[in-house]
Design a protein around this ligand. Sequence first.
Ligand code: ZN
Length: 479
Amino acid sequence: MADKIIVNSEKAPEMFGFFEEICKIPHGSENETAIADYIVRFAAERSLECYRDEANNVLIRKSATAGREGEESLLLQGHTDMVCEKDGNVKHDFLTDPIKLFVENGFLKAKGTTLGADDGVAVAAMLAILDGAVDSHPPIECLFTAGEEIGMIGAGKFDFSKVQSRRMINIDSEKEGIAVVGCAGGVRSELTLPIKRTDKKGDCLRIKLGGLAGGHSGEDINKGRINANRLMGSFLTELSIKMECSISAVCGVSKDNALPIECVAEIAVPDFFEALYELENIAKIVSKEISEDDNGFFCTVEHCELDSVLDEESNDKFMIALNNTPCGVIEMSRDVEGLVEWSANLGVVETGEENVKFTFLTRSGIDERIDYSMHALDRFSKALGGETGHFGRYTGWSYAKASPIREAYIAAYKKLFGKEASCEIIHAGLECGLIRANIPDMDIISIGPDIIALHSPRERLNIASAERLWELLEYMLEN
Ligand SMILES: [Zn+2]
């Protein structure tokens, strides 16, 4: 058992002990060999049945405590990899250096780096349970997956026929008391249009739209925030109603899973000052319409030098694609109030010499919606003489109307803390979706402690909340 060094927890000493142990082993995404070795060694030392695959996923089985042998097995699951982010001035090599922990105001933090409570808490809790920290439990399986943060790589490669359980607790949520009971699937699509160029005529100018709030392309898609790429589409459309307007390039490069906060266009117009006048008017109207979140919005216009612009046909097709592909909320759920059921985000627009590329991330909890979006984009691009490729598709986890594990969680939470736990479905991806796709009759719930600012060097774990997570797991296993 690990020494208690940093966190002096009375309620969950074993879990924090293992958390501190794994912080000594670098375990960023794509660097999970050492932590997988550690977990395999841990299992061997305790004579636990253990299976490890080439993707560094590890599955460990522990038999029931005396008297509970006949019960159904329960799967616990979390990922071993963490996001590696550090402050600019901090010297830290994520391949070799341990995470340096400290406690401040009830929070466990790391010195200048991400903490890895996402998802080290799950790893530590599972190790503590396997180590015998819970007195009574049914047969248990613990699945440690690799590469979650870079596209659920590990879970995507795991052979789920190894899993015997048909009920599971995923420990990869970050809000105490709010269990996740469903999540969206998604796919990245790249639409490429060939373009032809011609000599430019008239004055050249560069328009920059920026200062928008951005955010997560799933969780923030229904907050009324503007997508900078799409906004550029309306600027250019409005301008082209007033005057001839030839695009040379549009560039709005974000991540496909983030709302773009700025976009730049280079165009040729008959007269710079007339265009400037019109663009100022358009910007004024936009400024009045934007939401509070986007109030940093700005539009700048300056002269630039251009050699070529798109020919008329390419220009038209570009504008059609920029303005008419799906972007934003497509459909809200009919069953769950406030839940986005289907959305798309035009995260990236890039213009090259010979083609222009649009990158979308489509999300939905319903697989058929994603199929539909893929077909629709295929047809759309074909009609414009282009093509679309689809990448990295992952399955959603649809809400189960009946779920004994969810009922057990709600009852346990109420019993222990005297409060109602809530359940939510998220418009983002979790490994639970992939697991359900492989084991359709798996009954799943996803829980976790309060983790603030995850994926950033300010990531911190609420210690009391993690202790309550431990109590909850203990109670659920014992009962
Ligand atoms: Zn995570």
